[in-house]
Design a protein around this ligand. Structure first.
Ligand code: UD1
Length: 371
């Protein structure tokens, strides 16, 4: 573990995995502008420089006050290690509020520890539901919402999901999507030509990302996926920055045994979104990318049986596909080209961070935590 000197801070942000960093940047920035005292705990769930450090640098995130260095492991092992480290930090820091993000193991670990220590929790990206309890993320987000005093909701249907689960209505706040704040704030930095030149990519390509356990953990499933990805590469070059989770199985299945497949290491935020912006279509099982393509107007084929983000289908460019549907859907997407939806999801306007800061500062003021 490495740490800066401990400062007792009224607000503690818990960040652990790549998507957390993208969501937290505008929230931390807006709270800074509102004059809040803040500390950042990095759990170390993601630890490779390309999965973590580069995001802190590019997004202007403050250096974490402590990195717990928890690392990888099975769910129980990782969640237990997260909880032990977080309990120690929350006990020594006595925050007035813990802010957690998304649906990763660091999120539920922090919410559970804070709740047991009677520290209020704010959950950024509350209310999303896939209704698929085989996904660890669905377990994490449902339980985190039950433990949260402030549910910061990105999408209107989330308010209904929370109400159905008995979350008191006054806890839920529709604030928009901070991941889109980060996207819009960096629009001028996404240089597709530069990324193409750096990685020797052609003008026209499909960008793919695959890391869900259901798609990459079983070698047979990963091999079937690779066959379909090769089918897409028969239509257009396929660029795939490979998440460490699926790397071994996808490469063992021959992912790069195709002339038009470009296997890349994970990219930083700026290069990644630049590559997405320049893509003719996206093939993914990521959550955040469904949202980013919705705003960028890039056709998105999500290789999953469900999504916790249905608004990206009704208001965006997203479509769910099976393995078998992938190649025909890619052909159709390549033929019809980009179609920026006319309707954008409400409040995905670049101002979610300030709305979240306002809710948080009001809560702290009402609870006597502001000096
Ligand atoms: C986690 C989240 C997932 C999110 C994803 C974003 C959970 C349960 N899952 O999945 O919701 O979409 O992050 O990336 O929290 N690894 C490295 N280097 C790293 C991090 C991970 O090599 O910096 C490898 C390790 O082999 C590790 C595996 O990736 O065992 C999985 O990492 P883990 O954090 O457990 O889950 P992700 O699949 O990254």
């Amino acid at each position: 573990m490495n740490r800066k000197e401990i400062v007792v801070a009224p607000i503690v942000h818990v960040l652990g995995a790549r998507p957390n960093f993208v969501k937290a940047a505008p929230v931390i920035g807006a709270l800074r502008a509102a004059g809040a005292d803040q500390a950042v705990i990095h759990t170390g769930q993601h630890y490779d420089a390309r999965m973590s450090e580069i995001f802190f640098d590019e997004l202007g995130l403050p250096e974490p006050d402590v990195n717990l260095g928890v690392g990888s492991g099975g769910h129980a092992e990782q969640t237990a290690a997260l909880m032990v480290g977080l309990e120690r930090e929350f006990t020594s820091r006595s925050p007035a509020l813990v802010i957690v993000y998304g649906d990763v193991n660091s999120t539920i670990a922090a919410a559970l520890v804070a709740a047991k220590l009677h520290i209020p929790v704010a959950h950024v990206e509350a209310g999303l539901r896939s209704f698929d309890m085989t996904m660890p993320e669905e377990v994490n987000r449902r339980l985190t919402d039950q433990l949260s005093d402030i549910c910061l909701v990105t999408s209107p249907e989330g308010i209904g999901h929370l109400a159905n689960e008995g979350v008191p209505v006054e806890r839920a706040h529709l604030v928009g999507n901070p991941m889109i704040d980060t996207l819009l704030a960096n629009l001028d930095s996404f240089d597709t030509a530069k990324v193409r030149a750096a990685h020797g990519l052609p003008d026209r390509y499909v960008l793919a990302t695959m890391h869900r356990p259901a798609n990459v953990d079983a070698p047979r499933t990963a091999a079937a996926l690779v066959r379909h990805l090769h089918g897409v590469a028969d239509l257009a070059d396929l660029v795939i920055p490979v998440h460490p989770r699926g790397r071994a199985n996808l490469l063992a299945a021959g992912l790069d045994d195709h002339d038009r497949v470009h296997v890349l290491d994970p990219l930083g935020y700026i290069d990644f979104i630049a590559a997405v912006r320049g893509a003719a279509a996206v093939v993914t099982d990521s959550g955040g990318l469904q949202e980013e393509t919705t705003i960028l107007g890039v056709p998105c084929l999500t290789v999953r049986p469900n999504t916790e983000r249905p608004i990206t289908i009704t208001h965006g460019t997203n479509r769910l596909v099976t393995f078998e549907e992938l190649v025909p859907a890619a052909r159709k997407a390549l033929e019809s080209g980009a179609q920026a939806g006319e309707r954008k999801p409400p409040l995905w306007d670049g101002h979610a961070g300030p709305r979240i800061a306002e809710v948080v500062m009001t809560y702290l003021g009402e609870n006597g935590a502001l000096g």
